[in-house]
Design a protein around this ligand. Structure first.
Ligand code: NAG
Ligand code: NAG
Ligand code: NAG
Ligand code: NAG
Length: 402
């Protein structure tokens, strides 16, 4: 009897050990879901949407850290929703090849994005692969640069309700509208990304953030036809550093005050960035005749401008459809904004423009150590302001205007 219970005890421990190691295996091994195994064909012609969908769905049911692999090759993908919640501890999508969008926008019907990650916790998109939005055919159909009421073309990649998501390494080119869009998400890291679209492509913002918190963007190269990065309504605790921007419209907060019930922007730090040949450098833009909201705790520091048109710009009369004269002023309150250690060259004589709203003047604006010269000739620059309250200190070229 005694021997038996000892043996069964040993067996019990052994079985327990196997179970534990299996569990460990499930948690720490990365099961690979190669899209080719599910029928994807990397010939640039075959529609591989279904294969991508199945690979994601199977991976999503795996309890470990599954890896969806998109190998070398060119994969044509229709609009795709990669949906959670997943059973996995972490979802990993690794891209080595090129993922190519359909050219014809009728394929998108009313969809606002091409590849949508929705309700996913812990996801990483990595690799040296490329997402090609093939926007050139759609750009002439964009009405949003001419009129306020318009249909947006689809963004290339969107995170919607994603928690703890990372996008790293990949490149995104020629999106139909925004390249990457982060919405209703938190704890998001974007790094070592390359984004490019022609200088004259409409609304091809590099990264657009709305209603999201704790987003960091580092070490990336962005050149597009619109803002390199736009920080829209409801953005909180956003950090941008080590970004090269240009061509494009610069790094912008906004536009704000376009719609009713927009959430405030609170907490942005843009540091150690370089802007080259852009229309604006660092900018806050709000619409006239806007509902009430606010943007506060914004810091722009250690920024190099190379031949930038409006290096430092607050524009509370933002009206891309021509000058708006008789409208009510903007009611977006801008406060606690710091511009510090901003240097380089301005492509226009007025390097600092702080045009705040008559209805809600900017509060607590601080300018320090600004050294901006006009062109390569090194001529002096000017500052122009309206309705600004704050302080200026340290070296100031141009001389302060408030
Ligand atoms: C786009 O697709 C629609 C609907 O299938 C078709 O009518 C149209 O001719 C296509 N356009 C081009 C340029 O292929
Ligand atoms: C996401 O990351 C944050 C901060 O690192 C952590 O506190 C939180 O538990 C994570 N959430 C999930 C769902 O993994
Ligand atoms: C922000 O999220 C990152 C993970 O993406 C985490 O490491 C960091 O602790 C978070 N910070 C805050 C203030 O929540
Ligand atoms: C600034 O950004 C550059 C380019 O990404 C990077 O190499 C450098 O380490 C960064 N410096 C600091 C102090 O963060």
């Amino acid at each position: 009897m005694k021997g038996f219970s000892l043996r069964s005890g040993k067996i019990f421990v052994f079985v327990l050990w196997i179970l534990l190691s299996m569990n460990e295996f499930m948690l720490f091994s990365a099961k690979v879901f190669n899209v080719k195994k599910f029928g994807a064909v990397g010939d640039g012609k075959t529609d591989s949407t279904k294969a991508f969908e199945i690979a994601w769905k199977k991976a999503c049911k795996n309890r470990g850290k599954p890896r969806v692999v998109i190998p070398e090759g060119v994969f044509l993908i229709r609009p795709l929703v990669l949906r959670g919640p997943c059973k996995s501890h972490k979802m990993h999508v690794h891209v080595e090849g090129v993922v190519k969008a359909p050219i014809n926008i009728t394929v998108f019907k009313n969809k606002k994005e091409w590849i949508l990650f929705q309700h996913v916790e812990r996801v990483i998109v990595s690799g040296y692969g490329k997402f090609d939005g093939r926007g050139a055919f759609a750009w002439p159909l964009n009405q949003c640069t001419k009129q306020k009421h318009c249909n947006f073309l689809p963004s290339s990649i969107k995170f919607n309700y994603v928690t703890n998501g990372t996008i790293q390494g990949i490149s995104s080119v020629n999106s139909k509208s925004f390249h990457l869009s982060i919405h209703n998400s938190k704890h998001i890291k974007l790094h070592d990304i390359k984004i490019s679209a022609p200088e004259d492509s409409p609304n091809t913002d590099g990264i657009h953030i709305t209603d999201s918190s704790n987003v960091t963007i580092t070490r990336s190269i962005i050149g597009t036809g619109d803002d390199c990065i736009s920080i829209g309504p409801g953005s909180r605790r956003v950090l941008i550093s080590g970004v090269f921007c240009g061509p494009g419209h610069g790094i912008s907060v906004g536009s704000l005050g376009r719609y009713e019930n927009e959430r405030d922007v609170v907490g942005l730090r843009v540091r150690n960035c370089t802007l080259t040949g852009t229309r604006n450098g660092v900018r806050v833009k709000t619409w006239p005749a806007s509902p009430k909201s606010s943007a506060s705790h914004l810091v722009f520091e250690d920024i190099l401008m190379n031949n930038v048109h409006n290096p430092i710009f607050i524009d509370q009369n933002y009206s891309p459809y021509g000058p708006s004269k008789k409208q009510r002023p903007s009611e977006v309150q801008i406060r606690k904004v710091r511009f510090d250690k901003i240097r380089g060259t301005s492509a226009s004589k007025v390097a600092v423009r702080l045009m705040c709203s008559k209805a809600v003047p900017c509060q607590d604006v601080e300018l320090s150590d600004i050294d901006l010269r006009y062109h390569e000739l090194g001529q002096s620059t000017l500052a122009s302001c309206a309705n600004v309250h704050g302080v200026s200190k340290g070296l100031l070229k141009p001389p302060p205007c408030f």
